[in-house]
Design a protein around this ligand. Structure first.
Ligand SMILES: *[C@@H]1O[C@H](CO)[C@@H](O)[C@H](O)[C@H]1NC(C)=O
Ligand SMILES: *[C@@H]1O[C@H](CO)[C@@H](O)[C@H](O)[C@H]1NC(C)=O
Ligand SMILES: *[C@@H]1O[C@H](CO)[C@@H](O)[C@H](O)[C@H]1NC(C)=O
Ligand SMILES: *[C@@H]1O[C@H](CO)[C@@H](O)[C@H](O)[C@H]1NC(C)=O
Length: 400
């Protein structure tokens, strides 16, 4: 673990001037275990990717000023980067495609995504979620105290960088005690990921034997963190994933590849190569790292404007190298951003990165800008308080 931390620090330090690179085919399996752990430590987010991510939002945000309220008209999607494989529509907050759909969920994870129109001061069931990175095992309160706290504050599901439950995932480095504490409810709240094409056959088995409610197909195929994660090109991805799309999955909804640069060309090329398989996906996933709420919203509205499709933000954080939020302004960021995302009407789920105690900062961000939802002992942080409060959930305060 020490090794992987040191290695990750070196990579993060080295990443400040690099730019995101698109490798033809990464070589995950030939990496040493240590390297693989470092890669997954923060979902492979080097500062390079995040700078890029932030830049996209900032550029789109040129000339717009906070504070909100956010004017949707002022940020009509430009649709400059995505190619032409799908509809381009005006982003409209009032009639997201997800209303009225997705209500037939029957398995254990409760999810009433039909009710995306936010009630005053509350969020739809299933909206708040989080991410557990591979350093989750360093938190003494993980998993029991951590998950109890998160649940108390309205966090529903979580994503780990794994198709397997975490006790079967060596990268998570859980102690025997921690692994033994992974309960049925905890495991059931996981939304598994087919990380790359090497997991497709396992996923076919999963659909047959133990179908999850949702299955995300690929994590950041458009970005390789310093060559440590497997980059997948759109056309081979379409051909590889056809196996899964063609597998009967009456109980499972597919989530699109979660892209680092969702408004870049990858998704358009993918949907073209798979002959319009966009209809096979319940939602399009994207990752957003941006300390500017308006920049976050711009990335989302552009994506919706291109694809007219329900959106999941499967990694959301302000953590970037240039972020200068402190505890106070972080709470403002959260209380500003969450209601505006809800107003859009088509963002079904957000996943705050991270849920575990943040023992290393994300993406060279200052510590205060890399806000975990829990402390190491599993107790809540101000960020979790703010997130819960944005959805009207205030445990520990006197409420009726
Ligand atoms: C990884 O690289 C080695 C050496 O170049 C090669 O033999 C192997 O086939 C590669 N594996 C994958 C999965 O690409
Ligand atoms: C967007 O999606 C909705 C719901 O699926 C559909 O009713 C509408 O016609 C779509 N709009 C365009 C421009 O494709
Ligand atoms: C990543 O791969 C590129 C191209 O092969 C290489 O130039 C670069 O040094 C690699 N970066 C790391 C950190 O290994
Ligand atoms: C946080 O940042 C804001 C804006 O820069 C500043 O006004 C405030 O004093 C800071 N608070 C703390 C506790 O540093």
């Amino acid at each position: 673990m020490m090794l992987s931390l040191v290695y990750a620090s070196i990579l993060l330090a080295a990443g400040s001037t690099a730019s995101p690179c698109k490798l033809h085919s990464g070589n995950w399996t030939s990496s040493s275990t240590t390297v693989a752990k470092a890669a997954l430590h923060r979902d492979g987010h080097g500062s390079a990717a995040v700078n890029q991510n932030q830049k996209l939002g900032t550029q789109a945000n040129a000339g717009l000023n906070l504070p909100l309220p956010y004017s949707q008209e002022s940020s009509a999607p430009s649709s400059t980067s995505a190619s032409n494989a799908g509809p381009s529509v005006a982003a409209s907050g009032s009639s997201g495609p997800s209303s009225g759909s997705g209500s037939s969920d029957t398995s254990g994870t409760s999810d009433t995504s039909a009710s995306l129109t936010p009630a005053s001061g509350s969020c739809p069931q299933g909206f708040l979620n989080t991410v557990f990175n591979t350093n989750a095992g360093q938190s003494s309160g993980f998993p029991t105290a951590t998950s109890n706290t998160l649940t108390e504050y309205g966090i529903n599901n979580w994503i780990g960088f794994s198709l397997d439950t975490l006790d079967k995932q060596a990268d998570y480095d859980l102690s025997a005690t921690q692994a033994s504490q992974l309960s049925g409810a905890f495991n059931k709240a996981q939304i598994p990921i087919v990380m790359d094409h090497t997991y497709i056959q396992d996923a076919v088995g999963m659909l047959a034997n133990n179908p999850p409610l949702y299955l995300e197909l690929y994590n950041e195929p458009d970005f390789s963190f310093e060559n440590l994660t497997l980059t997948e090109e759109p056309a081979p991805s379409a051909s590889d994933l056809k196996t899964l799309l063609d597998t009967p999955h009456p109980n499972t909804k597919f989530i699109s590849p979660a892209l680092m640069d969702a408004n870049g060309p990858w998704l358009g090329e993918f949907f073209q190569a798979c002959n319009g398989c966009i209809d096979d996906f319940h939602a399009i996933a994207l990752h957003v790292y941006n300390p500017d709420p308006q920049g976050v919203l711009d990335q989302i509205t552009q994506l919706y404007g291109t694809w007219n499709k329900t959106i999941w933000i499967t990694e959301l954080s302000p953590a970037t190298a240039g972020c200068d939020l402190n505890t106070t302004t972080m709470a403002t960021y959260i209380s500003t951003l969450i209601p505006e995302i809800l107003k859009l009407g088509y963002v079904e789920k957000i996943f705050w990165n991270s849920g575990e105690s943040d023992s290393t900062t994300i993406n060279q961000a200052p510590a205060a800008c890399s806000p975990s939802l829990t402390n190491s002992d599993g107790s809540f942080t101000p960020a979790l308080q703010a997130l819960g409060a944005a959805c009207g959930i205030n445990p520990g305060t006197a409420t009726s």
